[in-house]
Design a protein around this ligand. Structure first.
Ligand code: 13P
Ligand code: SF4
Length: 328
């Protein structure tokens, strides 16, 4: 290993400030046969230099089919872990290994195994925002893009556990008429929106449509004109005739919405705190500088045991097969 990296640690190695990081990242991608996958919640700079920007399903599908030698994941840990599970023999890099997820953290494996044991005749459908240990305890993984179809693909009488997001689970119960048993987890970013402030904003902008991610709480979703995954929200704003939207999800998605529809106005839905911030602190741990250092030194790498990869791959592959059947 490079001595400086060994001595200082990669995180403490700021790149030369005179470097053109966009050009350097593009060079490294070509030279090292790397593919850079980025989630919509990443900083605009990272989105602009990525090979593919997407929601959790799109990113998993890209990871499953890439022929690149190294996958650089600009997202959070569970996303990079999914890419590694789908590519056990490839190097998968995450610019900052501390980029976690409050929703994944809300579902510890021991407690979930005990919960599952209390519902022995239930199939476990788990939202992709969870650790590999939880995936290994699951039957089918889903994302917000395919969850409704995956639930509906099971017989009506089939008992189901849905984990870890109680808000997405409650939304799916309402949409599908099921009574899935829900794990009590949530995303800190989507639970922070203020119902009162959104209602006030809607009054101030009667022309604006309120669009929201299904990880939001039920009373917030009740105010929404459209509910969907990040890709579904983006596509809606491209096709819909309105010219103004209040956006109930992480602010990173506004970059692609504004790029696709420069004549439209996008207002971030207000949170219930005074800092007016609904950025995901985990997603935002990745920066262009860390991305460059990570690509240069090929660190830090996401690693897992072969046993965990094998167990957690099954429910992910099930999701990918079902998604292909649904034409997603
Ligand atoms: P999607 O992009 O799949 O809608 O997920 C949103 C999210 O919270 C990712 O962490
Ligand atoms: Fe997790 Fe929520 Fe951040 Fe997505 S937005 S990574 S669900 S904490």
């Amino acid at each position: 290993m490079n001595n400086t990296v060994a001595e200082k640690g990669w995180l403490n190695l700021p790149p030369d400030p005179t470097l053109d990081l966009f050009a350097e990242i593009s060079r490294l991608k070509k030279e090292k046969k790397m593919v850079l996958l980025a989630h919509y919640y990443q900083d605009a700079d990272i989105q602009d230099v990525a090979d593919f920007i997407g929601d959790s399903l799109g990113l998993a599908q890209q990871a499953a089919k890439t022929d690149a030698e190294i996958i650089v994941f600009a997202g959070v840990h569970f996303m990079a872990e999914t890419a590694k599970i789908l590519n056990p023999h490839k190097k998968v890099l995450l610019p900052d290994l501390r980029a976690g997820c409050s929703l994944a953290d809300s579902c510890p494996p021991e407690a979930f195994a005990a919960f599952k044991a209390r519902h022995p005749d239930h199939i476990v459908i788990t939202y992709i925002n969870c650790t590999a240990d939880i995936k290994a305890l699951s039957d089918i993984i889903c994302t917000s893009s395919n969850a409704e179809q995956i639930v509906n693909s099971l017989p009506a009488e089939q008992k189901i556990i849905f984990a870890p997001d109680r808000n997405l689970g409650a939304y799916l119960n309402k949409k599908t008429g099921r009574n899935m048993v829900l794990w009590d987890g949530a995303c800190m970013v989507h639970e922070i929106f203020s119902l009162e402030k959104i209602a006030r904003l809607k009054q101030q902008h009667p022309e604006a449509k309120f669009i929201a991610h299904p990880e939001c709480e039920a009373p917030v979703l009740e105010l929404a004109d459209f509910i969907g995954s990040t890709t579904a929200l983006l596509n809606f704003t491209k096709k819909d005739s309105a010219t103004s939207y209040i956006v109930g999800t992480e602010t990173g998605i506004l970059h692609q919405m504004e790029k696709a529809s420069p004549h439209k106005t996008f207002i971030p839905a207000p949170p219930n705190n005074s800092c007016a911030c609904n950025d995901c602190p985990h997603m935002k741990l990745n920066t262009l500088e860390k991305l460059y250092v990570c690509m240069q030194y090929e660190l830090p790498e996401v690693t897992m045991t072969p046993e965990l990869i094998e167990k957690s791959a099954r429910p992910i592959n099930r999701m990918l097969e079902l998604s292909a059947q649904f034409g997603l």
